[in-house]
Design a protein around this ligand. Structure first.
Ligand code: RFL
Ligand code: PHB
Length: 394
């Protein structure tokens, strides 16, 4: 059985794993990244679109922001639509100039893969049967198969960056962690359409028919979401039905509506809040969706993954510099603090904007009052904008 050795074995080539590999590289630390899927699949997966200011600043400071600066769309504000009115929220003005940038997660992943390949450090796609051993020792290892051959990677540390359905979290000994979870009785039907965005900023809409979100990927591509059942059957959604439902949910007195065009892709995502505590055990450290999931309404998932690996890379660098585990020992505690803040905000946005889980008319009016208060109070708007653009990396 061929054996290899590295300092940090990274499972998963999503944003968390790839960025961690790069951050370690800049500190002279060796890593091997193992990914279950092929490169094309990883690059083509359409997911997040909103990068917080701190994420954009980090990618730029790492020299990875050239295409992001050219093609990313900086948004200083957004719209909240409810009760037939669209309200503009000037996030930059409320936060001393902070903003979000629209740049597809798959574009971030593409840039990170190119950067990884340029470093010459290992990145293996299509690895199967990944198993982690020895996490309670100082010599953990990763066993896997590549092109049918059994391989073993000996490491100092293992970083579990393999998302919600990966093997890393499942490798923690039963009883060592506690899980906090909430599922929602709805999902999002997301589409990508070949249509020039008809609004320059995002529109989050609360409507009695359900939530809708208008976003974009480029000056030619619109991204839209509709609240639906978690197990919604896409076969029930013709293109015509999707456009008329979107028009109904975004209907407002200023007459704005999303421009329609050929639908390039459709998908349904269930919604969940999930946290594992602690985010580490022995020499295994979890980062990103492997450790926590937020409903996408607050646009926090990818940004939390970035904050995790930024912290983890620093803690590992400290260990290799002077043998201190001080920062590794507090990695989980610091990560959970940020993760719970994101959970709070994502839950709040989800419950304020989605059709209530009960059909009780009280909830509909309470939601309306919540949003009405938000847009009429500068204090409430400042709090909202501060959470939405995200805290600086910490
Ligand atoms: P990922 O991206 O899931 O990557 C994990 C990688 O690990 C691989 N893997 C394995 N590899 C080897 N062996 C195994 N056994 C493995 N098991 C899994 C997988 O193939 C994959 O390549 O996790 P990561 O890196 O933690 O990144 C997290 C983000 O992907 C996620 O939080 C965001 O996409 C969430 N999200 C959003 N986040 C934002 O910050 N802003 C947004 O606007 C936003 N919108 C969204 C979203 C997620 C969505 N969906 C589809 C869940 C919109 C949607 C619709
Ligand atoms: C997206 O553009 O895909 C997007 C934007 C905002 C969200 C979630 C997803 O809250």
């Amino acid at each position: 059985m061929p054996a290899h050795r590295t300092q940090v074995g990274i499972i998963g080539a999503g944003p968390a794993g790839l960025l961690l590999g790069h951050l370690l590289h800049t500190r002279g630390i060796d890593s091997v990244i193992l990914e279950r899927h092929g490169r094309a699949h990883v690059v083509e997966r359409v997911r997040a679109g909103v990068l917080e200011q701190g994420t954009v600043d980090l990618l730029r400071d790492l020299g990875l922001g050239a295409r992001l600066a050219r093609e990313g769309m900086r948004h200083a504000g957004l719209f909240l639509s409810f009760g037939g009115e669209r309200h503009h929220v000037d996030m930059a003005e409320l936060t001393g100039g902070r903003a979000i940038t629209i740049y597809g997660q798959n574009e971030v992943v593409k840039d990170l893969i190119d950067a990884r390949i340029a470093t010459g450090r290992p990145l293996a796609f299509e690895v199967a049967d990944v198993e982690i051993g020895g996490i309670e020792t100082t010599r953990p290892s990763i066993h896997y198969r590549q092109a049918g051959r059994a391989e073993t990677l000996a490491c100092d540390f293992v970083a579990g960056c393999d998302g919600f359905h990966g093997v890393s979290r499942a490798s923690l000994p039963a009883g060592a962690v506690r899980v906090y979870e909430r599922t929602y009785p709805f999902g999002w039907l997301g589409i990508l359409a070949e249509a020039a965005p008809s609004c320059a900023e995002l529109v989050y809409a609360r409507h009695d028919r359900g939530f809708a979100l208008f976003s974009m990927r480029s000056p030619a591509i619109t991204r839209l979401y509709l609240q639906c059942a978690p197990d919604e059957d896409l076969a029930d959604w013709s293109d015509d039905r999707i456009w008329s439902e979107l028009a109904a949910r975004f209907a407002c007195r200023d007459g704005w509506t999303p421009a329609a065009g050929p639908i390039l892709q459709k998908g349904v995502t269930p919604m969940r809040s999930f946290v594992v505590d602690p985010m580490a055990h022995g020499r295994l450290y979890l980062a990103g969706d492997a450790a926590h999931i937020v409903p996408p309404t607050g646009a926090k998932g990818l940004n939390l993954a970035v904050a995790d690996v930024w912290r983890l890379a620093d803690a590992l660098a400290r260990f290799y510099r002077d043998g201190s585990t001080t920062e590794l020992d507090t990695y989980s505690e610091r990560g959970l603090r940020r993760a719970w803040r994101a959970q709070r905000f994502s839950w709040w946005m989800t419950s304020a904007l989605h059709k209530a889980e009960t059909e009780n008319p009280f909830d509909a009016l309470r939601q309306h009052a919540e949003l009405d208060y938000l847009v009429s109070s500068r204090a409430a708007l400042t709090s909202f904008a501060e959470s939405y653009v995200g805290a600086p990396l910490s």
